[in-house]
Write a protein that binds this ligand. Structure first.
Ligand code: ZN
Ligand code: ZN
Ligand code: FE
Length: 762
């Protein structure tokens, strides 16, 4: 028989003994009971043990059975588990008479196994919820195959006493299931029932309801009446309302202070979802996966405009908590807005009291429960491009699953960027990235960053010996990293983007790095963002870039795309701008002040940002002059794009890429009343043309064949899809980000890879 490259001498009935070491995501996902059942099926004796380093199995039996056992492990493993490696060796026969599960021990070796992300409720539990006496309609039902994990864990090993289930004493029924190896709830740490487990409480004004069947009816009634309910979920609070009642959705926008950013929608089931959006096979797989992420999908049926403000994609997800399923059984609507429970840019509320305080004024009723959330997780967001899933926000059900790097990462702390922060720690050969933390400039978010770093250090027995941070001296993540007072290293932002892409694609060689995003601090003190690098994990060279333009008002340009338009037009056309319609529509005295600032170079930092270029074009053609949320202008520009257009605008490229000709041609197109959807397509095609031409030039000069794409601009589906396709057609090996966001949420991984490489060269 053959498995993992090793052989047992013959397929026979001879008795043998083997020992297995299984690493990967194998704890807290029903792995030991699975091994137990498998051993029983093949009549094998021995034991399975949860060690800090993974799972160890000792097996005795005939060789044929051992072979069958080994070849079945990977195929039949629990869906939320993920096996990294199975090592096995032949050992001495001891004559075990049964198969047992050894109680997990904490050996404090410093070696740790993975912590399972949270898992959506499984179908068996949904069935139990309708049949098991003590769990009829019980919203905290779970088993070894599903339920909360990361969100409730305080320390390792993953045992009930180390989770926020600690305070709930198991009742005799739950305890017998917990102890019965044949039961699906064997050692399911959050196991609970109506008698012994956590419970919900609905608060409407001064009234408190604790009877769950009444709670469900009240929620249905309130929702039907256009009310907004704050609901405690797996990794934090949500705000919920009927998605089909426009007035309520508008009210939610006002009270939550969220002007236009699209709301995520939860649909009752897949059939309902298919009524509203187009769904290909890959998207269906993703939206129904055990991670149940929010998937960006193409809208086909009308919904209130207030949901996504005329963007043509919708963030959709399906029920993942027993609570969601139970709610939909009672709700009159089959589509709800289920958006993060926070006000404006604050982190999502996780505590009952915080939620009641911070969300007051938004909700009409609040549903709390008495199980603490230890690790905040936002809903993860992803999309499918070219048949592959791409994470945009990596949080619930993805974090903190690690990825392996080809070198030791031990002791490295990568602080990440500032916007959409996520940090990473190095253990052994792994990069363990935190969940999405958010914008550190928000004080509460920054506090959460610090708290999470402490928690990760404790959970993973991590002590930083080397820190790596962004080159930007003012990033709060940089300041935090430097203050840790260990050996530190700064890394350029766009190099880190490309390194992130390289790390998740297992690349450790020179590549053509194409990094397009909004903002990153450059080595020359200017703002970068339209970058063509030649780099590996040790070094980078800025081969070419978008032309740097002075941006009036510094950070103001991010919220006011019209400033970028004005900056581009003035840089390229000077006094001629007074003949442009766009300029004449703006406030003349305001423009004059800005032009003066530009002339005198006052607060006009130079920027080669791709994000600002997208902003400038979006504003020029009138789809977004002022932006109310991050990347609104590029999103609107993409949303109006008309497909099937091949044309592109002119540009010039001599190491530096100038868009002067393009702007002139856009202005002419506007004058000729060319549809803005066509202009948008031609603009996108121009960027793609720039990418392929520059990549070709680099290939000719350097012989490099591998192109790595990263940076937030590649969250643009059209741009990513066409760029990948064009480069592939031209014979490039194209690499992009899948497991980590191409936005700044992926920076920490890239930083960590660069630091690991640096340390291993030392
Ligand atoms: Zn289950
Ligand atoms: Zn119980
Ligand atoms: Fe970036």
């Amino acid at each position: 028989m053959k498995k993992e490259g090793l052989h047992i001498t013959q397929v026979s009935d001879e008795i043998s003994a083997i020992k297995l070491q299984i690493t990967g995501l194998v704890q807290g996902v029903g792995f030991r009971p699975f091994i137990y059942r498998l051993a029983n099926i093949y009549d094998l004796k021995g034991w399975v043990d949860n060690s800090n380093a993974g799972v160890e199995v000792r097996l005795e039996g005939n060789e044929k059975s051992l072979g069958n056992f080994l070849s079945t492990i990977r195929i039949a493993a629990p869906s939320a588990s993920s096996i990294n490696n199975i090592d096995w060796k032949i050992v001495g026969y001891e004559g075990f008479t049964d198969f047992s599960i050894i109680k997990s021990k904490d050996n404090n070796s410093g070696k740790i196994t993975e912590i399972s992300p949270d898992i959506a409720v499984c179908t068996d539990c949904l069935m139990d919820m309708k049949s098991q006496q003590n769990r009829i309609d019980y919203p905290f039902i779970n088993c070894t195959n599903c339920g909360p994990r990361f969100s409730i864990i305080k320390s390792l090993p993953y045992d009930r006493k180390n989770t926020s289930m600690h305070d709930f004493q198991l009742c005799p029924v739950c305890k017998s299931e917990y102890l019965d190896v044949k039961n699906r709830r064997f050692h399911a740490q959050p196991v609970a029932c109506k008698i012994c487990g956590p419970s919900y409480e609905l608060i409407i004004g001064s009234k408190h309801h604790t009877d769950f069947s009444i709670i469900l009816k009240k929620i249905s009634r309130l929702t039907q009446d256009g009310k907004i309910i704050a609901i405690k979920g797996m990794g934090g609070f949500h705000l919920m309302c009927d998605a089909l009642q426009e007035e309520t959705v508008i009210r939610l926008r006002k009270t939550k202070i969220r002007e236009a950013k699209p709301f995520a929608l939860m649909f009752k089931d897949l059939i309902t979802l298919k009524e509203y959006v187009e769904l290909n096979q890959e998207e269906e797989k993703l939206v129904t996966s055990w991670q149940r992420p929010i998937v960006l999908l193409k809208q086909k049926k009308l919904l209130p405009i207030a949901i996504n403000q005329e963007l043509n994609s919708l963030g959709c997800f399906l029920p993942y908590l027993p609570l969601h399923h139970l709610m939909f059984e009672h709700l009159k609507t089959s589509v709800i807005v289920l958006t993060s429970g926070n006000k404006a840019d604050e982190p999502i509320a996780i505590g009952n009291n915080t939620a009641r305080k911070n969300l007051a004024g938004i909700y009409d009723a609040i549903l709390i429960n008495n199980r603490d959330i230890i690790n905040r997780t936002d809903d993860s967001v992803c999309m499918v491009v070219n048949g592959k899933s791409r994470l945009i926000r990596r949080s619930r059900s993805y974090a903190p699953a690690p990825i392996n790097l080809p070198f030791s990462t031990e002791g490295i702390f990568a602080a990440g960027a500032e916007l959409a922060n996520c940090f990473a720690i190095g253990k052994d050969h792994q990069a363990i990235a935190s969940q999405y933390i958010g914008d550190l400039k928000n004080l509460e978010t920054y506090k959460y960053f610090k708290y999470s770093f402490q928690l990760f250090s404790r959970l993973f027995r991590f002590r930083p010996t080397f820190v790596i941070h962004d080159l930007h001296p003012d990033y709060l993540s940089t300041k935090f990293a430097v203050e840790l007072d260990v050996k530190s290293m700064a890394v350029q932002h766009h190099w880190a983007h490309i390194a992130s892409c390289m790390a998740e694609n297992n690349l450790d060689e020179k590549v053509i790095g194409i990094a397009l995003d909004g903002t990153g601090f450059g080595t020359d003190g200017t703002i970068w963002g339209g970058e063509f690098l030649i780099c590996d994990l040790s070094n980078f060279e800025r081969y070419s870039h978008f032309e740097a333009i002075p941006l009036p008002g510094g950070d103001k340009v991010i919220h006011q795309p019209w400033r970028s338009t004005l900056a581009y037009l003035y840089s390229y056309f000077k006094e001629e701008i007074w003949s442009f319609d766009f300029v004449n529509q703006l406030n003349r005295s305001e423009i004059e002040i800005i032009l003066q600032a530009l002339d005198q170079k006052i607060n006009c930092p130079l920027s080669s940002s791709a994000g600002r270029l997208f902003d400038a074009v979006a504003s020029l053609i009138g789809v977004c002059r002022n932006s109310t949320y991050h990347a609104e202008a590029p999103m609107r520009l993409e949303a109006i794009l008309i497909n099937g257009i091949e044309e592109y605008y002119s540009f010039s490229f001599d190491k530096i890429i100038s868009f002067k000709k393009m702007f002139k041609e856009i202005i002419n197109d506007l004058k000729s009343d060319i549809a803005i959807g066509v202009i948008s397509a031609k603009f996108h095609n121009t960027i793609i043309e720039v990418i392929v031409q520059v990549a070709e030039q680099i290939r000719m000069e350097s012989g490099l064949q591998k192109a790595a794409l990263s940076g937030g601009s590649f969250q643009n589906k059209y741009l990513l899809e066409k760029t990948e396709n064009r480069l592939s057609e031209m014979g490039f090996d194209v690499y992009s980000q899948h497991k980590f966001p191409s936005n700044d949420g992926g920076i920490a991984l890239g930083q960590l890879a660069i630091a690991a490489k640096e340390k291993n060269v030392d």
